[in-house]
Design a protein around this ligand. Structure first.
Ligand code: GTP
Ligand code: MG
Length: 602
């Protein structure tokens, strides 16, 4: 049997992990010459492709110089950090990828810290050296400092460094001299990452992640820590709580190239996937039938945020969705629990509403966007961070936030962040930009991105990462502006929008159908304003007929799903259908709203 190397690729979001894995696959000749390989083949679900981000970790495997290399591509976005930590358990070493311009970012620090404390050996890849303003040497030094600050051992500090450009498809010892391909990196992996140890004895595999197939359902994935696994083998499953469940492996696979290959047995050190275990959970150990020994339990991420999911009860419900009832919503959410590891559901006292807990805005929005595409209609409440009581004190999640921004905009960013209880930690030059670091409550980050991008004409690069729970930081001012609310039901009229342009900015355009209580724009003042924009100009007014040509309506503001999720306040919903994203007041009727707000303030 050949030697095996198991390696995970870890990095901050967008530093080029998936591009690199694609190039490695390519190098090892997995693609026939005529196969189109334009897009990232690994990011294979629709949302991953559209957004250009990896959402789920993926296993691939290549053969190089007689060695099998299992590679785990991981997601870089902070919401999926728990996934990275977990799948790193399957590897003996990591490739830490760092962008040659950006250098170490919050998620670089987070994943490296996990790798170091798990005792993994790392290879540093400084990627994107083709970028014109890159600074590979400085970046190398700052990564070294990072290793040092994270208490790396002497051996870990001795990491090899490889430079290159995933995009151009080369990796070499020197950034000034491009090579022809990525073989240099593969050689460095073989030379530096320990061979997967072959442990003899009875079977032990800890289920570390899962694959999902619409035919077979859930497929367990894990690394064979000890022994041999065979198809149809009777096994015992040691649950997290120590209970033992008798079971049997059905089909067994190992990873090969981009896919899985069915095998009759797999040996210690390899990563495999299997079916047959009913109702398994992440962290369960699959072990010997007679003498099962569990492995130490694995840390699983707790959710940090919750949102109310409720059926669509706006006047426009059911217009373009296929699935609109509470039964549909409930079934879909519970089905998601089977594969979405960091998600939780809590019932509310209404059968129409569920509290869904997740790891952040992106984690939840991926689910919501998927549901929309499947034909669901639903409404969402304002995202809430999870508050905990620690030693009798109310505590909330605090994050480290970094913003890289042109120097002239830095003071605006600092203003915005400090208004939301952010503390400035570091401010230093980074290439042509200014690098600023803050500590800020997660609450303060919700909605911040829109404001920062507006204040910096879209030039700021923001990233944040959970740090710890700390005592509640007090009131944070929410959205500063009030909203424009529609009074009527009907189609919006250009003439009416035009007349109200000095009152704010619109989220809708002429001809769009609106309903009473729908949020149609942002008010220039802090209070909400109910307006009528469905009235046509009086045709009898002949004198004004010429003025239509002079009408200049500012284009409407289009919100993405995440922007809408971050925009709404406590008394508002985002309404989602396969075709539209609308925002509305929870209470549509103006008089009812007034009554409720009076009784709240009383
Ligand atoms: N200039 C340049 N761009 C690169 C290089 N490698 C990747 N990119 C680009 O960077 C972007 C992100 O690349 P991905 O490979 O998707 O990054 P990732 O690390 O997998 O991102 P996540 O999975 O979302 O964390 C894409 O637009 C790539 O084309 C490189 O070496 N040079
Ligand atoms: Mg990726």
């Amino acid at each position: 049997m050949s030697e095996i190397r198991n390696i995970a690729i870890i990095a901050h979001v967008d530093h080029g992990k998936t591009t690199l894995v694609d190039k490695i696959l390519h190098q090892c000749n997995l693609f026939r010459e005529n196969q189109a390989t334009g897009e990232l083949i690994l990011d294979n679900n629709d949302l991953e492709r559209e957004r250009g981000i990896t959402i789920l970790a993926k296993n691939v495997s290549v053969q190089y110089k007689g060695t099998k290399i299992n590679i785990i591509d991981t997601p870089g976005h902070a919401d999926f950090g728990g996934e990275v930590e977990r799948v790193m358990n399957m590897a003996d070493g990591v490739i830490l990828l760092v962008d040659a311009f950006e250098g170490p970012m919050p998620q670089t620090r987070f994943v490296l810290q996990k790798a170091i404390s798990a005792g993994k050996k790392a290879i540093l890849v400084i990627n994107k050296v083709d970028k014109p303003n890159c600074r590979p040497e400085e970046v190398h030094d700052s990564v070294f400092d990072l290793f040092f600050n994270l208490d790396a051992t002497e051996d870990q500090l001795n990491f090899p460094t490889v430079y290159g450009s995933s995009k151009q498809g080369w990796m070499g010892p020197d950034y000034k001299t491009p090579t022809a391909d990525v073989t240099h990196l593969l050689d460095v992996i073989i030379a530096n990452i320990p061979t997967a140890p072959k442990r003899e004895g009875t079977l032990q595999i800890q289920i570390t992640s899962l694959d999902y197939s619409s035919f077979i359902g859930r497929i367990a994935v894990g690394r064979i820590f000890r022994g041999i696994i065979k198809e149809n083998m009777p096994v015992s499953v040691v649950k997290r709580d120590g209970k033992i469940q008798k079971s049997r492996i059905k089909e067994l696979f190992v990873f090969e190239g981009l896919g899985k290959m069915k095998v009759s047995e797999a040996e210690t050190g390899d990563i495999c996937a299997f079916t047959g275990i009913e109702g398994f959970e992440i962290g369960d150990t699959v072990a010997d039938f007679e003498n099962p020994e569990g492995m130490p339990t694995m840390h699983i991420d707790e959710p940090t945020m919750s949102m109310l999911f409720t059926i669509n009860n706006s006047p426009f419900f059911g217009k373009d969705g296929k699935y609109v009832t509470s039964r549909h919503l409930r079934d879909r959410l519970y089905k998601e629990l089977e594969k979405n590891l960091a998600m939780r559901i809590e019932e509310t006292n209404s059968p129409d509403s569920y509290l869904v807990f997740g790891r952040g805005i992106l984690h939840l929005s991926v689910l919501i966007e998927t549901m929309r595409r499947e034909g669901y209609e639903l409404q969402l409440g304002q995202p809430q961070v999870i508050v905990k009581e620690i030693d009798g004190k109310k505590c909330e999640p605090i994050e480290v936030l970094t913003v890289d921004v042109p120097q002239e905009s830095s003071s605006k960013v600092i203003d915005l962040v400090t208004q939301r209880k952010g503390n400035l930690l570091i401010m230093e030059p980074k290439g042509d930009l200014t690098h600023i670091e803050f500590e800020i409550p997660s609450r303060g980050i919700i909605g911040l991105r829109n404001n920062v991008l507006t204040a910096t004409a879209g030039e700021a690069i923001m990233a944040h990462r959970f740090k710890a729970y700390e005592p509640w930081k007090g009131h944070i001012p929410s959205r500063i502006a009030g909203v424009l609310i529609s009074k009527d039901k009907g189609a919006a009229v250009a003439y009416s929008i035009d007349k109200l342009q000095d009152r704010g900015k619109f989220f809708i355009e002429a001809g769009e159908e609106i309903y009473p209580g729908m949020i149609i724009g942002e008010h220039i003042r802090p209070d909400d304003l109910v307006v009528n924009i469905c009235t046509e100009k009086q045709l009898t007014n002949m004198r004004a007929s010429g003025t239509d040509d002079k009408m200049r309506i500012v284009p409407k503001i289009n919100f993405s799903l995440e922007e809408a999720m971050e925009y709404i306040q406590e008394d508002e919903y985002v309404e989602l259908t396969p075709k539209s994203i609308r925002m509305r007041k929870t209470i549509l009727n103006e008089n009812d709203r007034k009554r409720v707000s009076k009784s709240v303030s009383a």
